[in-house]
Design a protein around this ligand. Structure first.
Ligand code: ZN
Ligand code: ZN
Length: 244
């Protein structure tokens, strides 16, 4: 893979998450400085301690579609709350959003063990409101990698290689390598995101890019390496939801 350049960062937190430290305006300015064409505002769902009320997500519609030259994608990082794959926003809110990630987070999920975590993620991947799974390589929530990658393929969903994992979720490297290798094998699209909690982090992808290169994942398989692919992703969501 040639050097990975992101055109969009699809997983970014603002002060609304309760434990992140930048505003949308600050992130937009940093994105412009770095040459990003878009970023997704994906604050944590309401089950996260300190996270925003569901009204936050209902009110994302008041944001401008662009700040300067940078497009703003309205999203969420949902918490998967149980093995059924339930998440912490109802469909009437999820239908308002451009993009919805889901993931397993401490204090938000009531199961335990690989079988439980895997069942939760497989069920979440079936949910038409969910576009993909964030940080599936988190070693705190070990998953059946093969089963998750096959399910992502079946439902045409994304798996994320999260650049922050390598310094905030220690032990992520090996599980992320396994996900990347199987994503390459099965032809599953990935997203490479910063999971920025402070504006300076937005767009960062160096370590994740190394993991992808080692796994032999082509740039074309990274959804946010081009705005064309990002637009296809958003259109695919709209189409799925229009069929419900
Ligand atoms: Zn997360
Ligand atoms: Zn996050």
């Amino acid at each position: 893979m040639k050097e990975l350049v992101l055109e969009a960062d699809l997983h970014v937190h603002t002060v609304a998450s309760g434990h992140a430290f930048s505003t949308i305006a600050e992130i937009a300015a940093e994105s412009a400085r770095k040459g990003l064409k878009a970023f997704a505002v994906t604050d944590h769902g309401p089950a996260m301690p300190g996270g925003p009320h569901r009204y936050h997500f209902g009110n994302l519609r008041i944001l401008p579609r662009t700040i300067g030259e940078v497009e703003i994608i309205r999203g969420v990082e949902l918490n998967i709350t149980n093995e059924d794959g339930d998440v912490d926003l109802p469909p009437e809110y999820l239908s308002l959003l451009d993009l919805a990630w889901a993931g397993l987070h401490a204090l938000c999920f009531d199961g335990s063990g690989t079988e439980s975590y895997t069942r939760a993620v497989l069920n979440a991947l079936e949910n038409p409101y969910i576009d993909g799974i964030v940080h599936p390589g988190n070693p705190d929530y070990p998953l059946d990698t093969e089963a998750v990658v096959r399910q992502a393929k079946k439902f045409n969903k994304l798996l994320e290689i999260n650049n922050s994992s390598f310094h905030v979720r220690l032990g992520s490297l090996e599980p992320c390598r396994r996900f990347a290798a199987l994503a390459a094998k099965h032809g599953v699209m990935v997203a490479v995101n910063s999971d920025s909690h402070y504006a300076a982090e937005v767009g960062r992808c160096e370590k994740a890019a190394e993991v992808l290169a080692d796994a032999g994942i082509a740039t074309e398989m990274v959804v946010n390496s081009s705005m064309d692919k990002v637009r296809q992703l958003l259109a695919r969501r709209r189409e799925r939801l229009s069929n419900l």
